[in-house]
Design a protein around this ligand. Structure first.
Ligand code: HEC
Length: 215
């Protein structure tokens, strides 16, 4: 196959066009600036700009983001108010355990067994599980003198606690005592404690077992 003259001339033209020859000439004659080595300024400035935008973007996100909280995007979800109880409602007896451990534990013991001959037991006690009116009075004003508990005799002094404990705390601790260590007596309400406290407001001394037995 032989090349046509037309094709030949085209090849020559593309190999060294007038334009390219003129460009080379211009460079040689320094009429056009030579291409310099190294980086040119524009990409560097752009890079700096992008970095700045990303940086301030991150700062903005940290300040105003929702921290990927699903509740923000879930319209149906209910957020609990801060300080609201977490659904677990303690019973009076459960709340009373703390009062017991701080106030009664020292004498009546961890399992309500007291101390033989000195501190009467609350576990299985007919007093602890008996009339609310009596137990409340014992805690409010104390108890002293001869006393029979579960067939054993005691003759000691329990100091009044009505000054240090609030109605609610007394109701809770008695409820705890009446529902622990095998005891199965009813819960005591703060209103009952308040009522008894008001009725016995002028009581100055400890109760005696004989007095309480008359109630
Ligand atoms: C400082 C020791 C002491 C503390 C503290 C104390 N008690 Fe007593 N408690 C006694 C003594 C002693 C008696 C018996 C008094 C007597 O012999 O007349 C008694 C008697 C009782 C009785 C009647 C008898 C019985 O065993 O059932 C009950 C009920 C009672 N206490 C409940 C409590 C509760 C509830 C608390 C805490 C809120 C408490 N006590 C704190 C010493 C104490």
């Amino acid at each position: 196959m032989s090349a046509t003259p037309e094709k030949n001339s085209r090849v020559e033209q593309s190999a060294a066009s007038d334009d390219s020859i003129q460009q080379v000439h211009a460079q040689l004659q320094k009429t056009k600036p030579e291409k310099k080595d190294g980086y040119s300024m524009l990409p560097l400035v752009l890079l700096g700009l992008i970095c700045t935008v990303v940086f301030f973007g991150s700062v903005y996100m940290v300040h105003y983001s929702i921290r990927f909280d699903p509740l923000v995007v879930n319209e149906v979800a209910k957020r609990e108010k801060p300080g609201a109880s977490k659904g677990v409602q303690l019973t009076r007896a459960q709340m009373g355990k703390r009062v017991y451990d701080q106030t009664c534990f020292a004498c009546h013991g961890p399992a309500g067994l007291g101390q033989p001959g000195t501190y009467p037991p609350l576990a299985g006690s007919e007093w602890a599980q008996g009339s609310e009116e009596r137990v409340i009075r014992i805690v409010l004003h104390g108890l002293s003198g001869p006393l029979m508990v579960e067939g054993k005799e005691y003759n000691n002094v329990m100091a009044p606690l009505g000054g240090t404990l609030k109605d609610e705390q007394i109701a809770n601790v008695i409820s705890y005592v009446r529902a622990s260590w095998g005891n199965t007596a009813s819960e005591v309400q703060p209103e009952t404690v308040a009522k008894v406290r008001a009725e016995t407001a002028d009581r100055k001394s400890n109760w005696t077992a004989a007095e309480l037995e008359k109630l």
